[in-house]
Design a protein around this ligand. Structure first.
Ligand SMILES: [Zn+2]
Length: 245
């Protein structure tokens, strides 16, 4: 079986903001759900800084936070994801702290995913026009180090152990937005769901229809990989789970 067709049994998607998942990996998650995978979405902040409306001040944040949690939950349902967890870290001020790493470690030990999906903590510049949001890098770094070494090492965060969270080894880490991808997941069958899910983030899209852009990105990733539409990843596979070659 090639990595392109790999389907996890349980996958944890860890993203900084509501909508990150829908812009990036939603086609892959929807594909896995259709194949029988249980997917749990973990959203580290609630996106409450996501407004530049001049009439809004700090008091708007709690309202926007609830609005965006509702949009994210609706997007997840569109993708077939029934479990969405918000960690309520501050949007726009996220850091890869030990506290965040511990919270993610607890979730990994609780849900025991074989696969974790997150961003690339190393990516700062995309092309010449987009600087990666520091929250994305912070969430990705905390997720990466929660996967290894924290979740699988018994004596890291022993208070989790005392609370009954036994170590768990994640087999695969799917990293999106990596400079050098090595795996392309065909999302031709689920790109419509990805677009429909993204459209649930009404507070962020306004009147803009993202469909053409999403199709262009996915068509670009599919070129040369036998796919009309694809999402690209760098995939880390634990040694004992590597297929025999
Ligand atoms: Zn974001």
């Amino acid at each position: 079986m090639s990595e392109k067709e790999y389907t996890p049994q349980i996958a944890l998607s860890i993203q900084a903001h509501p909508d990150d998942q829908e812009f990036t990996v939603a086609g892959t998650l929807a594909r896995w759900v259709l194949a029988g995978c249980r997917v749990i979405s973990v959203i580290v902040t609630s996106g409450e800084a996501g407004s530049n409306e001049p009439s809004k001040g700090a008091g708007y944040k709690s309202e926007l936070s609830s609005l965006r949690e509702g949009e994210q939950s609706a997007a997840c349902v569109t993708l077939g994801i029934q479990e969405t967890i918000f960690l309520h870290y501050p949007d726009g001020e996220l850091e890869p702290t030990l506290n965040l790493r511990k919270d993610l470690t607890r979730l990994i030990r609780r849900y025991k995913p074989d696969t974790v999906v997150t961003g690339d903590p190393q990516s700062i510049f995309y092309g010449s026009g987009y600087i990666n949001h520091p929250d994305h890098r912070a969430a990705a770094q905390a997720a990466l180090y929660a996967v290894f070494p924290s979740a699988e090492t018994r004596l890291i965060f022993t208070d989790l152990l005392d609370a009954g969270y036994e170590p768990h080894k994640v087999k695969r880490l799917y990293v999106h937005g990596a400079e050098k991808a090595d795996t392309w997941v065909d999302i031709t069958g689920t790109i419509d769901r990805k677009i429909a899910a993204l459209k649930k983030h009404v507070s962020q899209l306004g009147d803009w229809d993202p469909e053409n852009m999403i199709r262009e990105w996915a068509a670009e990733e599919g070129k040369g990989h036998n796919s009309q539409y694809a999402e690209a990843f760098k995939v880390m596979i634990s040694e004992e789970d590597k297929p025999e070659s």
